[in-house]
Structure formats: structure tokens, C-alpha cells
Design a protein around this ligand. Structure first.
Ligand code: B12
Length: 213
């Protein structure tokens, strides 16, 4: 079996140890971290998502698959990030209140670090108050909010309102993302931007930096 297929199978068939050792093997064979991410990890998680949707998988399987994906991401993260990259800016990341999905948010953070940004990760289930505290404390250029549930994305505007209330709204760009989020939703809630995946998220923050944010 092709080594990338072995990684995919390790995630899809919920075998973190197999996924991890196949990732180690792929790296030692000279596969690039980005290729492992784009051709094995992300497509595997898509399959897991489909199986969940079809009722083939339940939360426990998805959780183990997510663990397998995270174990592989931990291995490739240092390679994606590199070293000695000049800092371009700072981003605060977090998954919105009520939401525990963190794979997408972690990927966005990882790619941002790789592109030379300082990333302060607030974790999951982050309330508007905690985002505001972090903006006061860290003075970031960007607040990057992730939501994976239609029932939690509605908490995103709370962050924007709380920043407005504290007089901080014009100090940061608020970017939103996650599977149920769209450009039109971002516009509707008054966010500054939306990106559908981690590479577009990096392009977007770069564009803002070039424009002098
Ligand atoms: C893994 C997973 C879980 C895991 C999460 C583990 C973890 N550590 O994250 C567990 C098992 C815990 C879980 C639980 C639940 N889940 Co779930 N889960 C998923 C699954 C299969 C994959 C999500 C994922 O990681 N995708 C891979 C990443 C890489 O993609 P991503 O998150 O979209 O991120 C990319 C982009 O969106 C973007 N992005 C993400 N964030 C941001 C932020 C910014 C600022 C920007 C610019 C871009 C950006 O860049 C990322 C990288 O390219 C999805 C199905 C799916 N296809 O999405 C369901 C899904 C999201 N879950 C769902 C549900 C219903 C649940 C539960 C309610 C199930 C239950 N009955 O308990 C709970 C909710 C728990 C909670 N309170 O959060 C539904 C949501 C339906 C809806 N419309 O609301 C989905 C869509 C499955 C489905 N089809 O029914 N889940």
C-alpha cells in the first residue's frame, strides 16, 4: 500500500498508532509535510466526516480518528513552521463558545505560524469575554474565530459586539471560518474576512498585512 494511503487508512480506520508510524515513515522517505497534510490528513478527515454524516460512524470513532489526525499533525507541525522566520504579526485563535471542534482551528494556527505569525491559541469553547481579554493582553493584529456547528456559529457576533463595547473593534481584524461559516455570514455579522481553508486564511492575513494592518 502507498504510504499516504497507509496514513489515510490509519485515520479512517481509527488507528492512531498506525497513522503516526506511517507519517514517520513518509517523512523519512522524503515526503514533504505539506503533501502529507493535503494528500493524506485532510482527505482522510473528509472521509471520516462523510461516514459520520451517513450514520456509519458515531462520536467515539470520530474522536479516535481526530486523535489520529492530531498525532500526525504533531509530527509535521515543526516542519511546516520552520525556524527563524521573520514575524509578520500576531493572531489570537480560538473555537467559539459551546464548540469543541479544534482540528481546523489548529491547522489554521499551524499554517499561520509557518507563515511567520505569532499565534496565541485560546483553545476551544472560548467566550466573547475571553477573546476580549486576549485582545487587551496580547494586542494582536487578528482575531481568528472558528465554528463547526450551526448552533455555535451564532455566538461569533457576540465577540464582535463585545470588542465594539470595549472600544477595541478598530484595533483588530476579525476573521471567521469553519465548515458552516461562509463569506455571506461573515459579511452579515460584520467580520472583516472569511476563508474556506487554512491556505486561504494565510493568504487573507498576508493581504491585510500588505495593506498595512
Ligand atoms: C472531528 C469531528 C468531531 C470531533 C471533534 C474532535 C476535535 N478535536 O476537533 C468530536 C467527536 C468531538 C465531534 C463532536 C461533535 N460533533 Co462533530 N464533527 C467532526 C467532523 C467529522 C470533522 C471536523 C474536522 O475536524 N474537519 C477537518 C478540518 C481540517 O476542517 P474544518 O474544521 O472545516 O477547518 C478548515 C476550514 O473550515 C477552515 N477553518 C476552520 N476554522 C477556521 C477559522 C478561521 C478564522 C478561518 C479563516 C478558517 C477556518 O480551515 C480549516 C483547515 O483547512 C465534522 C464533519 C465535517 N466534515 O466537517 C463533524 C461535525 C462538524 N460535527 C457535527 C456534530 C453534530 C457534532 C456533535 C453535536 C455530535 C454529537 N451528537 O455529540 C458534537 C458537538 C460537540 C461540541 N460541543 O463541539 C456536525 C455539525 C452539524 C452542524 N451543521 O451543526 C458535523 C458537520 C458532522 C455532520 N455532518 O453531521 N465532532
Amino acid at each position: 500500500m502507498d504510504i499516504l494511503e497507509e496514513i489515510r487508512m490509519g485515520i479512517i480506520e481509527t488507528m492512531p498508532a498506525q497513522a503516526k508510524s506511517a507519517t514517520e515513515k513518509a517523512l523519512s522517505m522524503g515526503y514533504e509535510a505539506k503533501q502529507i497534510l493535503n494528500d493524506a490528513l485532510i482527505p482522510a478527515m473528509d472521509v471520516v466526516g462523510k461516514l459520520f454524516k451517513e450514520g456509519e460512524y458515531f462520536v467515539p470513532e470520530v474522536l479516535v480518528a481526530a486523535k489520529a489526525m492530531q498525532a500526525c499533525m504533531d509530527l509535521i507541525e515543526p516542519l511546516l513552521i520552520g525556524s527563524g522566520v521573520e514575524k509578520l504579526g500576531k493572531a489570537v485563535t480560538g473555537t467559539i463558545e459551546g464548540d469543541l471542534h479544534d482540528i481546523g482551528k489548529n491547522l489554521v494556527g499551524m499554517m499561520l505560524k509557518g507563515a511567520g505569525f505569532d499565534v496565541i491559541d485560546l483553545g476551544v469553547d472560548v467566550t466573547a469575554e475571553r477573546f476580549v481579554e486576549a485582545v487587551k493582553r496580547e494586542k494582536p493584529n487578528f482575531v481568528m474565530i472558528s465554528a463547526l456547528l450551526t448552533s455555535t456559529m451564532i455566538n461569533m457576533p457576540k465577540v464582535i459586539k463585545a470588542l465594539e463595547k470595549e472600544g477595541l473593534r478598530n484595533k483588530v481584524k476579525v476573521l471567521v471560518g469553519g465548515a458552516p461559516v461562509s463569506q455571506s455570514y461573515a459579511d452579515e455579522i460584520g467580520a472583516d474576512g472569511y476563508a474556506e481553508d487554512s491556505s486561504s486564511a494565510v493568504e487573507l492575513v498576508r493581504k491585510f498585512i500588505e495593506e498595512g494592518v
